[in-house]
Design a protein around this ligand. Sequence first.
Ligand SMILES: C[S@@+](CC[C@H](N)C(=O)[O-])C[C@H]1O[C@@H](n2cnc3c(N)ncnc32)[C@H](O)[C@@H]1O
Length: 369
Amino acid sequence: MKEYLFILGRDHELSILEIIAYFEKNKLNYSMKGFTVSAAVIAIDGEFDSVISIKQLGGIVKIGEIISDVRDYIYEGTDNKVKFGVSPYEVEDISDIEQEIKSMFKEQKLKGIYKKTKREGGPLMPNEVIKQKLVEEGVEFLVYRNYLAKTLAAFNPFDHEKRDEQMPCKDYLKTISIRLAKILINLSQAKKTLLDPFCGYGVILQEGMLMGLDVKGIDQDKTSIDSAKTNLRFIEKKYNLKVSYKVIHGDSTQLSKIIQNADAIATEPFLGPYIKEMPTIQEAQKTMAKLEPMYDAVIKEAKKVVKGKIAIVVPRFPTIQNVEVVMRFSQIIKKYGYKPWRPIELIGMPVIYPHGRIVREIWVIEPET
Ligand SMILES: C[S@@+](CC[C@H](N)C(=O)[O-])C[C@H]1O[C@@H](n2cnc3c(N)ncnc32)[C@H](O)[C@@H]1O
């Protein structure tokens, strides 16, 4: 077994669940040695492609190979100049490692060119690693607690920016981030066919297609459906994809009348009207009272057509009275024979995703056996 260091995104519990879901689905033989807020140490048996994995995982920032000594670095270039970086995670002082790296370069008669982050004392940001081509043309050492690793792959934020820019139809108020879309798809563990019953302009569907899945989408808004069709056709052509896609105009509370089957669902449904100012408890309860029956109906219907897991965003509203208004989603899932997916004790369900005016609960549920 080879040991790897996974540098986690800002929502570390979500990243850990995503890794577990991804490894299970891809049948990787692995053992989670431990994790904290910034990283996970994982031993993996057999083939593991860090470059493909970093593209598919939404919640991972870098993947490194654990090494015992900086001397494990082997120079493969020709001009004896090496760009290098040192990124600390949960360590106070990296001066010893910096010294060791400098001596190692000296021993190998190399000239090290130190690339530092703009954020004094912190790790290199993924965009800095990508811009400096540290993986292809140099080396980045990751220093995490007592571990040392060499970066094999870093998340490329420019890929996402490019994809966002290129899409023919956009409406940022209605679309989920590519990052969260990937996380939800991985959490759903869809094998062949993924369904998004609230597909909007189709970000989740588009990412599903890029991961090799056949996708189906439903939306009750005709403009969204037309836009999703245009976007998915564009993605299919641009990346020469051989997967199928279908988007249908309809009401997902009637799901079983619209589609017959899918392996899994990944979705961010309608989360209520756009909130400009924090609501009162009464206002938030009013919105929740409209959303809850919609969630209830969709979960009931999903049980009839979907075999596997559902990864779904559920809103939770902070209010000016400092009390959160929460959906009774655990009762809904119980009613229809689902249970929360809890692959490890340490992480509860739902996982909170607190970015933006509404707080998102990320739920992964599976049929009770
Ligand atoms: C947050 S957006 C979806 C974002 C989308 N999942 C993505 O990948 O970007 C919510 C969508 O749900 C749609 N919607 C609301 N109620 C619906 C219903 N009952 N059936 C189908 N679609 C619905 C809205 O028209 C809107 O496009």
